[in-house]
Design a protein around this ligand. Structure first.
Ligand SMILES: *Cc1c(COP(=O)(O)O)cnc(C)c1O
Length: 401
């Protein structure tokens, strides 16, 4: 008879015990309220510095209303995949809105909407690359990009983080090979908050005839004029660019999109298994995202970005006054590197005791020995919220030194 004491379960239990021993057990918190600066989590009132809701739109009145209106118009579910009946007017409209909003980096831009950024990255990498393709990947790229490369079966060369001389040399060394080349990078690195050298990357992609896939999960809505994203921020243009943006972070809803020249997008529609073999997300969600894009591009969006920029500067000054190591980030992701897993967890727990939720980020999300607190700022934070965090960090920094 099978039971949970059999060999299969013993293996899992040993694995879990090992996770515990290394201080790597992850626990979920359960939110009892909408995502906002002030939330109820596990039935306690806290100030959250954990979300990617950078503009504070996740609980916005207009987005709640748009979601309800979308559900009224289109129902709850899409009913099928995009190629087999699930593609609605709301999805089509959103794709037009996104191409017009963030497609300025290429002629004939077209957007393709996905239910998640993870799937969008799998789709892009498995359709632009395959056996015989050479992929050049930044060493700190997001897990979804790494998994996309793996699934593509392409050969991968990892260049040291943001090291353009090393990337140039790798591209040179591979120049005899006829293979398609793809360079892939985060724009804003999700655990460090720094921005990739995008102008140099575009130059290298052009010179070496490579695609350049950029994942702007943490830039879309925040960076650039009207929040149009990292490519608009750097005023870059190239037909080799393939842009991935996500819609569950600054946009406050869910989903993701790819923008590229219409030919590249049509190739994705025909070939991307993570696009074809999955149910289209609820049309109401797409309807709400269209409303979010309107807010992002409006004066209200500008005001939210301005407030966020001020919070970022305050945080940078505040982190420099602790005994730990801030990462030089000018984005809403403000990491404080503590080092060991246990120390990082202890610090997160001490903040939690003061009603401040700052997640501890540990391997494999970040390299071993660089465990950190990841302070994530949002336009929904007040100056007072940040002052509370600053005071708490200051007190803990004194105590533990
Ligand atoms: C969050 C994130 C993704 C995944 O997007 P989802 O919509 O959450 O699946 C992809 N890339 C980066 C860099 C991210 O931070």
């Amino acid at each position: 008879m099978s039971s949970t004491s059999d060999a299969l379960f013993d293996t899992l239990k040993q694995g879990l015990a090992d996770i515990d021993q290394r201080g790597l057990r992850r626990r979920r918190r359960t939110a009892d309220s909408a995502c906002a600066a002030h939330m109820t989590v596990d039935a306690r009132a806290i100030i959250g510095f954990a979300s990617n809701d950078y503009l504070g739109l996740a609980a916005h009145e207009k987005l709640r209303a748009a979601l309800a209106e979308g559900a009224e118009r289109y129902g709850a579910g899409s009913g099928g995949s995009h190629l087999l009946g699930g593609h609605s007017r709301a999805h089509a409209q959103l794709e037009d809105d996104l191409a017009a909003f963030s497609g300025g980096f290429v002629d004939n831009p077209r957007a393709l909407y996905f239910s998640t950024g993870y799937m969008a990255n799998l789709a892009v990498l498995t359709t632009l690359s395959g056996r015989g393709t050479l992929v050049f990947s930044d060493s700190l790229n997001h897990a979804s990009l790494i998994d996309g490369v793996r699934l593509s079966r392409a050969e991968v060369q990892i260049y040291p983080h943001a090291d353009m001389a090393a990337l140039d040399a790798m591209l040179d060394a591979s120049s005899g090979e006829a293979a398609t080349k793809v360079i892939v990078t985060d724009t804003v690195f999700s655990m460090d908050g720094d921005i990739a050298p995008l102008a140099r990357l575009v130059e290298l992609a052009e010179r070496h005839g490579a695609w350049l896939v950029v994942d702007d999960a943490h830039g879309f809505g925040v960076l650039g004029p009207q929040g149009r994203g990292a490519l608009a921020h750097a005023a870059l243009r190239s037909p080799h660019l393939v842009y991935v943006g996500t819609l569950g972070k600054a946009a406050g809803v869910a989903g993701a999109f790819v923008i590229a020249h219409e030919t590249a997008i049509e190739w994705l529609v025909q070939r991307a298994r993570p696009y074809i073999f999955t149910t289209a997300s609820p049309p109401a969600v797409a309807h709400a995202v269209s409303a979010s894009i309107r807010i992002i591009g409006s004066e209200e969006g500008d005001a939210r970005r301005e407030h966020l920029a001020a919070l970022i500067e305050t945080t940078r000054a505040m982190l420099r006054r602790t005994r730990w190591l801030p990462v030089d980030s000018h984005t809403a992701v403000q990491p404080l590197v503590i080092g060991g897993n246990d120390d990082t967890l202890a610090l997160a727990a001490a903040l939690d005791a003061k009603g401040l939720w700052v997640p501890a980020i540990r391997p494999p999300t970040v390299p071993a020995g660089t465990s950190r607190l990841r302070i994530s700022l949002s336009a929904s934070h007040s100056d007072g919220d940040l002052a509370l965090l600053g005071d708490a960090l200051h007190a803990l920094s004194e105590r533990q030194s």
